[in-house]
Design a protein around this ligand. Sequence first.
Ligand code: MSP
Length: 644
Amino acid sequence: MKPKFYITTAIPYVNALPHLGHSYEMVVTDVIARYKRLAGYDVWFLTGLDENSQNCERKARELGKDPQEYVDEMAAAISSTWQALGISNDDFLRTTQPRHKEAAREFFQRAFDNGDIYKNTYDGYYCTSCEAFYEEDDLVNGSECPTHETECEWLSEENFFFSLSKYEKPLLDFHREHPEFVQPASRRNEVMAFIERGLRDFSISRTTIKWGIPTPVDEEHVIYVWFDALINYLTGVGFPADDAMYEKYWPADVHVIGKDIWRFHCIYWPAMLMSAGLPLPGKVCVHGFLTLRGEKMSKSRGIYVDPVQAVDQFGADAIRYFLVRDMPFGQDGDFSWASFVARYNADLANDLGNMLNRTLNLVKQHFDGRTPALGDLTDEDRALVEAAEAARDEYVSLMDDYAVHSGLDQALGLVRTANKYMADTQPWKVAKSGDKTRAGTILYCAMEAVRWAAVMVTPAIPTGAAGIHRQLGIADPDGQDFSTLSWGGLAADAPLGDVAPLFPRLEVTEEDDEEATASEADEAGGEPAAEAAVEDAFITFDDFMKVDLRTAEVLEAEAVPKADKLLKLTIQVGDERRTIVAGVAQHYTPEEMVGKRIAVVANLKPRKVFGIESQGMLLAGNAEDGSLVLAEFSKDIPSGSRVS
Ligand code: MSP
């Protein structure tokens, strides 16, 4: 029987679509889950959504929607973001589902029956964005939340409290006995210090809100969103109804979470489980934060990268690879398009893609496109075999420690060694000299090294890795795992697949129209383009006055051939007629555009988009469902009027 491995992510709130920072957590967890599957584990990978938050209810009301309808819409959009990124979760749990309601109430009841839940009056500060209570000492600028710097609410109400203080000693004992529980070790020190400072009981219910799960002991109270959310990890493996599932997978092997929520996972959660008499998870892996050119990502401040847009432009593999390769697990990382392109080009285009392509082209040229036979090994070949074995072993031990970035470095290290092996052994010369047997052995070894590296990168870039296996002519390109890694596993005389560059180099330059198209389309009104999203929160008035915003009327509109997002518009701006190319084709038909009075940036430097000179950019906003809505005027004003 396969050993089990149960891994979870934190469950995001649903009041905004995820940015690339949230995606990091999903991708790194997915890479671990996929690695464990390759290594022969029976994996259960759970993610889901934290839907019982007060913010979520507020947002729904602001939009004039029923909260359940709102969370249903957001859940569909968030889940499709994860699909776009190739996340292989086995379940998608939503805390508004009946199965979770049952689990949360059962859990509450058990802690209550154990004497750990009591009623008291809560007086204190609460941040609805964090969904957390704060002590006065924690606040900044008087009564603001230290994380969001927004005003905290003063709450005074009768709540149920959880006796966290009772678990101070058991928690300290537990963390001392299980130094491996919190990873990285630096976080563990923080956890220990926090407990040693003394733990206070915390409020776990609210009476002033109705959105949430009523407690089983008093239906007037709904369960505090964090108490409810943590229990999702149990619901996801059948607690309390499905004993077989629960017995098989609980306790979780790893909870993957971000650095802002360790207090909940390393202190509250273990104490809650102790109270309910349930086994504790094996490990909490705390990752760092992804910033955007050094700034905290924030959708509300417009500082973020949209994962769906990034995947549309560059493919899931490229984005996944950057996230897990560039950001050491546990530390913070920074995203910029320049570092993304540099990493992609160096590792995937130059090293891996090039190694595959040059090797297979030589096989096509000298061996009729069929895998050559492996002859006697020379010392050089043996050194390559040893490097491959060492890389594999090191990779396994790093991945078992969740050092995903270093694991991938081993895989790419093997590729670099193989590239050097090719340069040293020069199979093209050997083939020309007539020694086919030797040339065949070299090329076989080179193919074998790429095959091994491809298995190792499979968890990070599953599509690309299957593509490599397909080009190598492997019959089961999706089914390659560690059991296949013994030298000589590649079948000789098998025909190669279609040989083509898998990771073409990215050239992102300002002059490059083709590359600029996606962002041009977006600048023209879609989601903020990746680069454009990196903006300071403020500009000066003078900066603003530099932008010449004008009203315009759309005279003609037509589709742009081979660009499904773009429309070519002829617009009247005062006395002037202009052409602009706008990324609105998926939201407006040409007929709908004609006659519209719109706002445009009139002094934008003209740029060529799909061969058409675009002399401006129109303004549009994003609706909640992701569709684009043109900025229009409520009354007719002459075209060419200044907008300010
Ligand atoms: N709903 C809670 C989690 C409950 S788990 C029982 C929550 N949600 S969240 O939407 O704010 O965050 C979800 C996860 O994304 C958290 O682990 C958080 O640390 C992580 N991240 C949020 N911003 C991030 C980055 N910029 N970079 C990396 N991870 C980030 O907290």
